[in-house]
Design a protein. Structure first.
Lengths: 186, 371, 258
């Protein structure tokens, strides 16, 4: 059993940290996990992405051609990665910044206005955590509580005061997806 | 000790600290720099020596000097910087000093780029500077293995008074994985009986790689070779996956080894009897095990992030008994499991003759893929 | 009783010198430079705590002649190697002994940065205006017009640029504690050279930063002169280009009487 997640956006959106939070939570839950960023000049130039693989056994390749899940924080990332998602995979779209619809019909896509949600919570920096919450509501590879614990244990000391806000952001992202589902069922 | 989520470069640095590293000299270069940065914090706070040198050339020669005092020393760099260090590596080998060197490989030749590659295999495994010697080269494939082999590298360096290289690529350096660090080991300031420390209450000592008389140099080379024979006899390391009933054997080190693991699993799921041998010590190389496997298997596939450098060592081991095929990506491109799976399937269903030139046929296939 | 003649020792081999014949050419002043360093190490009682770093060039065998711990560096890298030793063993005395090709050409980066760091080591820099060991090629210190085996028509500054005044250059760096140039061409200057070497090691003992003594030295073999002509050539040709001066003297050295 192996879950592959790509998170992409531009620098400052917390793309790499979102991946790390998943990785911490996976580790704390006794899973095998790899987190690998794109590194190099592009990391100073604006775009950022990372791949997180969560598995039950020793992980082989830290990169995959067709990840099962994708979080895209901005339009260039959707343009770049939409075609790579595995058939039937999941895309969490930051609809605050991405206005176009998803082209592929074989994907389970979820529009999350993460910037608006984060801002309504009072801190734009929560955008990434909103997206992680939404992802885990779709693919329950880890319980939300594991992410909360990871945030508590691994948020840099200077950001610890933001912990309650992070929890709220996580739940807000998850709730949005749950509501969307209930809406679909109704 | 509990597992922590650690970045490869930082994990190696901290593993070195906990192995009792006394002095580090280095120079910034991507994708290795986190290693130097980590030590710039840790070493001074522990009262140990850290220095950013003016170049890799200076760094390796500072390491050379510090190693002469019997201190546990290390440097690290990435491919272009390692090229600059070749001079010092050879002198260290010639002076028979224990030193650990970390090479976080990137793509080349020349400036290349900073993406992960394995193009330094020949430079390190079959090179390591001028003259007649071989360095011990360990090639971890994960963060945990990087930690473990860093500790091992110091022990081997001391045991054989030799240079030990920890060879990874940029992706392992930049990757984060859960891993466990070893307990803290204090610096051992007791000096070995060959170290240069000031001739107090003893005869003076000279440490040098100079043997002006050819007969003496030859004797020295024999001494290095005898030590190498011991290393070959005792220090071969590799990891095997699904080899028990394997008819096809994939061989890959470091990142290409672990990517191949995914492909091997996928092939197994399709019912192909394939296994993986991942050399951990690429120098000394596991020739004997590969020879054994060539008696059991009907074909081998070597996977590398270069144009087929370890390939020749595998061919030497197999001795033409079975076909050895090659698949590589270069320039900073990491092969993905489906590419390797395709090669495994091909080898399974379209047998090739042992005499075929694996590099040529690989290039033909790559051309086909491009068109 | 009372009849045995009384002898006073007026001259002897310093204990810091090994009883070995050096390999230097007749008339070469490397031997004098060696002796001065050995005398200073003995007078300062540094033998047991000194580690020397030999370089590549004519002084490649320096480790044979000094009776203290020694290492042999790669060409030009002696200051880097000395740095490695000194950083691990800061209470030892570490010195390099380098020629002009080694220090001012291939090893220029290492000597500059050791100086800039205020690396607490001492460099003995022997400037004989050519590459001696390889047979007298042009060095960064070769004078304009000087004939060498690689500038057979005389050094053409239009083509090869100008000699480097290393001591002056290094003295511009804040990490320098003591940088002077001396000459070995006559007894008076030899005495001054010894005093400078002493001050260089005093600089190191006091932790006052990088110290270097540049010594103008003869190379009769490669200059194609006899020893006396060589001594004159230093005085007449080298000193005008390479003046014998103190370029940097740490104020903290003013109390030191040698």
């Amino acid at each position: 059993m192996q879950t592959e997640i790509v998170i992409a956006g531009f620098g400052g959106q917390g793309v790499l940290f979102a991946g790390q939070v998943l990785a911490y939570a996976a580790m704390d839950n006794g899973k095998e996990v790899t987190w690998i960023p794109s590194y190099g000049p592009e990391m100073r130039g604006g775009t950022a992405n990372c791949t997180v693989i969560i598995a039950d056994e020793e992980i082989g390749s830290p990169l995959v051609r067709y990840p099962q899940a994708l979080i895209v924080m901005n339009l260039p990332s959707l343009d770049k990665y939409e075609q790579t998602v595995a058939k039937g995979g999941t895309v969490i779209v930051n609809s605050s910044l991405i206005e176009r619809p998803i082209h592929r019909e074989d994907l389970s896509s979820h529009l999350v206005p993460a910037n608006e949600i984060a801002e309504s919570l009072g801190d734009k920096r929560m955008t990434n955590v909103v997206m992680v919450g939404a992802l885990l509501a779709v693919i329950p590879v880890l319980p939300i509580e594991a992410i909360e614990k990871a945030l508590k244990d691994h948020l840099p000391e200077r950001h610890k005061k933001l912990l309650p806000l992070n929890y709220q952001a996580l739940r807000a992202g998850a709730d949005l997806v749950h509501k969307e589902r209930i809406g679909q069922q109704a | 000790m509990a597992k922590e989520l650690l970045k490869g470069n930082e994990a190696i640095a901290e593993a070195a600290v906990r192995s009792g590293l006394e002095a580090y000299f280095g120079y910034p270069i991507t994708p290795q720099t986190e290693l130097l940065e980590w030590l710039s914090v840790r070493m001074p706070e522990l009262g140990r020596t850290f220095m950013q040198a003016e170049s890799e050339l200076a760094a390796i020669n500072m390491v050379y000097g510090a190693a002469c005092t019997g201190a546990r020393v290390m440097t690290s760099s990435s491919s272009p910087g390692i090229s600059l260090m070749m001079e010092g590596i050879s002198y260290i080998a010639g002076t028979e000093l224990p030193v650990v060197l970390v090479d976080v490989m990137r793509a080349g030749p020349g400036l290349g780029n900073i993406a992960p590659a394995q193009g330094d295999y020949n430079q390190i495994v079959h090179g390591g500077g001028h003259g007649d010697f071989r360095p011990i080269v360990l090639a971890p494939a994960s963060v945990q293995e990087s930690i473990d082999l860093t500790g091992e590298a110091f022990k081997l360096a001391d045991k054989y008074r030799a240079i030990v290289v920890v060879l990874i690529d940029g992706s392992i350096g930049q990757m984060m994985e859960p891993a466990e660090l070893p307990p803290m080991q204090q610096v051992d300031r007791q000096r070995p009986n060959w170290a240069v420390t000031g001739a107090k209450d003893r005869d003076r000592r000279i440490l040098s790689s100079i043997y002006i008389d050819p007969e003496n140099e030859e004797q020295t080379n024999f001494r290095l070779l005898e030590r190498w024979n011991q290393i070959e006899a005792n220090e071969i390391r590799y990891k095997e996956y699904y080899l028990d009933d394997a008819e096809i054997v994939v061989v890959g080190f470091g990142t290409s080894g672990r990517v191949a693991l995914s492909a091997v699993r996928a092939a197994r799921a399709e019912g192909i009897p394939v296994g993986l041998l991942r050399p951990i010590s690429v120098s000394p190389f596991p020739y004997a095990r590969l020879k054994q496997l060539s008696e059991q298997a009907c074909g081998m596939l070597v996977v590398e992030m270069n144009s087929g450098q370890m390939l020749h060592d595998v061919q030497t081991a197999v001795g033409g008994k079975i076909p050895v095929e090659f698949y590589g990506r270069m320039g900073g491109v990491i092969p993905l499991p489906d590419e390797i799976l395709e090669q495994i399937s091909r080898l399974c269903y379209e047998p090739v003759a042992p005499s075929a030139n694996p590099r040529e046929s690989w290039m033909d296939r790559m051309d086909l893929a491009k068109n | 009783m009372g009849l045995e003649p009384q002898f006073e020792t007026v001259y002897k081999r310093p204990d810091t010198f090994t009883p070995t014949t050096t390999h230097y050419c007749p008339g070469c002043t490397h031997g004098i430079a060696h002796r001065l360093v050995a005398e200073v190490l003995e007078e300062m009682d540094l033998q047991e705590k000194t580690i020397g770093v030999a370089s590549v060039g004519c002084s490649v065998f320096a480790y044979k002649y000094f009776d203290c711990d020694f290492v042999e560096a790669a060409h030009g890298r002696a200051p880097a190697m000395a740095t490695g030793i000194k950083r691990v063993l800061p209470d030892r005395i570490v010195f390099t002994y380098q020629g002009d090709g080694d220090l001012a050409s291939i090893g220029m980066a290492e000597i500059v940065h050791s100086t800039a760091r205020g690396e607490n080591i001492t460099a003995i820099f022997v400037n004989n205006a050519n590459y001696g060991m390889t047979g007298g090629q042009m060095a960064p210190t070769t004078l304009p017009g000087q004939k060498t085996t690689s500038s057979p028509a005389g050094r053409d500054i239009e083509d090869t640029g100008y000699p480097i005044r290393t001591a002056e250059m290094l003295a511009t760096l804040d990490g320098a504690g003591y940088i002077v140039r001396r000459s070995l061409h006559d007894p008076k200057n030899i005495r001054k050279a010894k005093k400078a070497i002493r001050l260089a090691f005093e600089t190191q003992e006091r932790g006052l930063g990088f110290s270097m003594v540049e010594l103008l030295s003869t190379c009769p073999t490669n200059w194609g002169m006899n020893p006396v002509q060589s001594l004159q050539w230093i005085e007449e040709r080298m000193i005008p280009y390479f003046p014998l001066e103190d370029f940097k003297v740490s104020p903290n050295l003013s109390q030191v009487r040698v």
